[in-house]
Design a protein around this ligand. Structure first.
Ligand SMILES: *Cc1c(COP(=O)(O)O)cnc(C)c1O
Length: 379
């Protein structure tokens, strides 16, 4: 058996990408913008439906940053953010000179906890400032508790910036992730469910917001023959080459989601009879996860070994696995900011591990993964 590296999640081309990229070369649309960008945006709008308006950008981080600007977040404002997430969810708050307020996760979806969220809002209001926005994340493709979280946001009239970077193709009550927030962000980074080598998109509920995002992403150029600016702009637009890759990836998105979900089923079956392993799974039929990454929590008391032991066992066999996202309130760069919650995200981080989940994993890869698990769990 070959010992080549098994990655957590690596790019998986469908084959159609190159025709769009070649077309860009053939027509000399190498510059940013061009027909692939509009085509990719239309493909995404059609896929998400719900009448959303999409602007393709250079990254998911750029989408989150512009999202905060569109929601009016300014220097000194407070923004609530799910603590357990990738740093790119929280960094744009600081780009705006705003203050992050971190909130714990709950155990069903591992996403932002409704109870801790409401506590945080009430306490911030009591301290004199109502938060300007809430950044909620669908971690590993699992929708957050949409009904509960949006009911709270509505009650206090706070906008939600939906970080759907990991959740393209997931849905809740048959409505796609990325269509719930006032603004949402998608990512097409190399490790995501589809990739444009690097890229992202902003999803807006109306055309004006989308146009404003595109205006800001192309250096905020006023309508004039010379370069005229009355606002600060950014260079955040997606290139026509990258969008070509994206168009090809859209052709295989649903097939790749099925393969990711198959990987999840493989693990779910494997761990079904092991007491002490919890796998992240849909809490009810309302939830549909793209299972971007399959992830487990190990109870070291029951298993007798911890998640680091398993990670190292994989590493010895050249298989990548990775601890869950380290909560932002524990990160040196963010630890001085307020945090509301118990120790849910801390315990998930301590005991959680993401397993190889790519849509390109073959039977042979599963066999190697299974061999490591069999030795580890003495099965
Ligand atoms: C990947 C990711 C982002 C950032 O997307 P980029 O395209 O890499 O900038 C933001 N939030 C979460 C949760 C992510 O996983």
């Amino acid at each position: 058996m070959s010992n080549s590296k098994i990655w957590l999640s690596s790019p998986h081309m469908g084959g159609g990408e190159i025709k769009y990229v070649n077309k860009a070369f053939d027509t000399n649309w190498i510059a940013p913008l061009g027909p692939n960008v509009q085509g990719f945006e239309k493909d995404l709008e059609k896929y998400l439906s719900e009448n959303v308006h999409i602007g393709a950008l250079s990254s998911g981080t750029a989408a989150l940053h512009l999202g905060l600007i569109l929601l009016g977040v300014k220097s000194g404002d407070e923004v609530i953010c799910q603590s357990m997430t990738f740093s790119a969810s929280a960094n744009p708050i600081l780009y705006q000179g705003a203050v992050p307020v971190f909130v714990d996760s709950e155990l069903d979806t591992w996403n932002i906890c409704p109870v801790a969220l409401e506590k945080a809002i009430l306490d911030r209001i009591r301290k004199g400032k109502k938060p300007k926005a809430i950044i909620a994340v669908h971690l590993y493709g699992m929708p957050y508790k949409i009904d509960e979280i949006h009911a709270i946001a509505d009650k206090y009239e706070i906008a939600i910036l939906e970080d759907s970077a990991e959740a393209l193709g997931s849905h809740y009550k048959n409505k796609k992730c990325g269509t719930f927030g006032q603004i949402a962000a998608l990512s097409f980074n190399g490790n995501k469910i589809i990739t444009t080598s690097g890229g992202g998109a902003i999803v807006a509920q109306n055309e004006d917001l989308k146009n404003k995002a595109i205006f800001l992403s192309t250096q905020a150029r006023d309508n004039a023959p010379h370069y005229q600016h009355s606002e600060i702009g950014f260079n955040y637009r997606m290139s026509n080459i990258c969008a070509g890759i994206g168009r090809g990836q859209m052709e295989v998105l649903d097939a790749h989601i099925k393969l990711r979900r198959d990987m999840h089923d493989f693990y779910a079956q494997y761990f079904a009879d092991i007491d002490g392993i919890t796998i992240l799974k849909e809490p009810s039929q309302d939830y549909y996860s793209n299972h971007w990454l399959s992830a487990i929590v190990i109870d070291p008391g029951k298993i007798g070994k911890n998640r680091e032991n398993l990670r190292l066992a994989f590493e010895l066999e050249n298989i990548e696995s990775r601890p869950l996202w380290k909560p932002m309130h524990l990160q040196p760069v963010f630890e001085k900011y307020p945090y509301y919650g118990e120790k849910v995200s801390e315990l998930l981080f301590q005991n959680g591990l993401c397993l190889p989940s790519g849509s390109n994993l073959m039977e042979e890869d599963r066999l190697r993964i299974k061999n490591v698990l069999n030795t580890f769990f003495q099965k």
